[in-house]
Design a protein around this ligand. Structure first.
Ligand code: NDP
Length: 331
């Protein structure tokens, strides 16, 4: 539960754990509700924007924490869900949840992959990578692609999709270990540690002497500004997220926006729920790639609901290595 709206940088102590008692049954007066036991919870950067009143932020402030997760149905008055079903989608950061709004609740159909994957590669972040890359960027073989926050839940997949599309792919991340993962585990052509490159423009010129065709923007701020200077004519920018701006008091201005005009860049923001109609196609494609060993995924697992605040806060200093998952229960 959020203790109070966050005014400066978010801290673990901005959230508290509370115990209360509920009856493990769907209430009689609740038609179409589902009672679930939460198994895995997803730590997602957008949750930080709900911890304060941010102008133009998406979603309402949260208390208790609402978020994506994987759960088991214990009781249901909804025709589409029955006791014993495994589901993924919007739940809450608690052991048991009564879900009354089920439009973002999906049945898990394939159980021959780790269940936690439905918080990541087969869930919302996976769909984000898929939509943000294929739908927004229209990639072509031989194009140059740059991805920021590249080792995270979304970025690691975008890089692998881009390689499968025959692109030249470079990622940025915040440690040597992450840079090694990008090059040696996820198959990026190159990668750099942005924390050791004070001049982003110079770094990008080194990795992309002929410019960038596609930028998958996870961070916004100064990196976006430097990328604008290095985009090629008719480049595409997928404005997926701006994590460098979520935990700051003063938003950073982007100075090089005029490049969008002069280089005829297409820059498009998107929110993945608008594209959930593509989920079956996405699931089919990515499940096949996983089973054929053509795509890999890295998770960072925190144990126990009590570890959730620290796991969430860790996203904003890059403590997570891969998709940050919280295990509430394994059965
Ligand atoms: P990650 O798993 O990548 O975790 C966040 C990572 O961001 C950290 O590990 C850290 O990595 C990096 N980071 C944190 N602070 C900064 C900073 N100040 N500057 C640069 N990098 C920073 O998160 P996701 O992959 O889940 O999300 C990536 C982006 O995608 C976010 O912006 C998120 O909001 C967005 N998103 C958008 C969606 C949409 O529908 N449009 C849906 C889902 C996600 P490092 O060590 O490399 O710094």
């Amino acid at each position: 539960i959020l203790r109070d709206y966050v005014k400066a940088s978010a801290k673990e102590s901005d959230m508290i754990l509370k115990t209360s008692t509920i009856t493990l049954k769907v209430p009689q007066d609740c038609n179409g509700a589902v009672l679930v036991k939460n198994l895995y919870l997803s730590c997602d950067p957008y949750m930080r924007t709900r911890m304060s009143f941010l102008q133009g932020s998406y979603g309402d402030s949260f208390t208790p924490a609402l978020g994506y997760g994987v759960a088991r149905v214990l009781d249901s008055s909804h025709p589409n869900f029955k006791k014993g079903d495994l589901v993924w989608g919007m739940t809450a950061w608690e052991e048991y949840t009564i879900i009354t709004s089920t439009e973002r609740l999906f049945k898990v159909q394939h159980m021959d992959v780790p269940l936690s994957y439905y918080t990541g590669i087969l869930g919302m972040p996976g769909a984000t990578a898929y939509v943000g890359f294929y739908e927004i960027c229209s990639p072509k073989q031989g194009e140059t692609v740059f991805i920021s926050a590249a080792s995270g839940a979304v970025g690691q997949l975008v890089g692998q999709f881009a390689k499968l599309s025959g692109c030249y792919v470079v990622g940025s991340a915040g440690s040597k270990h992450k840079v090694d993962l990008l090059k040696n585990k996820f198959g990026f052509d190159d990668a750099f540690n942005y924390k050791e490159e004070p001049d982003f423009n110079a770094a990008l010129k080194r990795y992309f002497p002929n410019g960038i065709d596609i930028y998958f923007d996870n961070v916004g701020g100064k990196m976006l500004d430097a990328v604008l200077l290095n985009m090629r004519l008719h480049g595409r920018i997928s404005a997926c997220g701006m994590i460098s701006q979520y935990d700051v008091q003063e938003l950073e201005g982007v100075k090089n926006l005029f490049n969008v005009v002069t280089k005829r860049i297409r820059m498009e923001g998107f929110l993945v729920p608008d594209y959930y109609h593509l989920y079956p196609k996405f699931l089919d494609t990515v499940l096949t790639l996983i089973k054929e060993g053509k795509i890999t995924y890295l998770e960072d697992i925190a144990e126990g609901l009590e570890s959730a605040p620290s796991a969430l806060i860790g996203l904003f200093s890059g403590r997570n290595i891969g998709k940050q998952v919280v295990v509430v229960s394994r059965e």
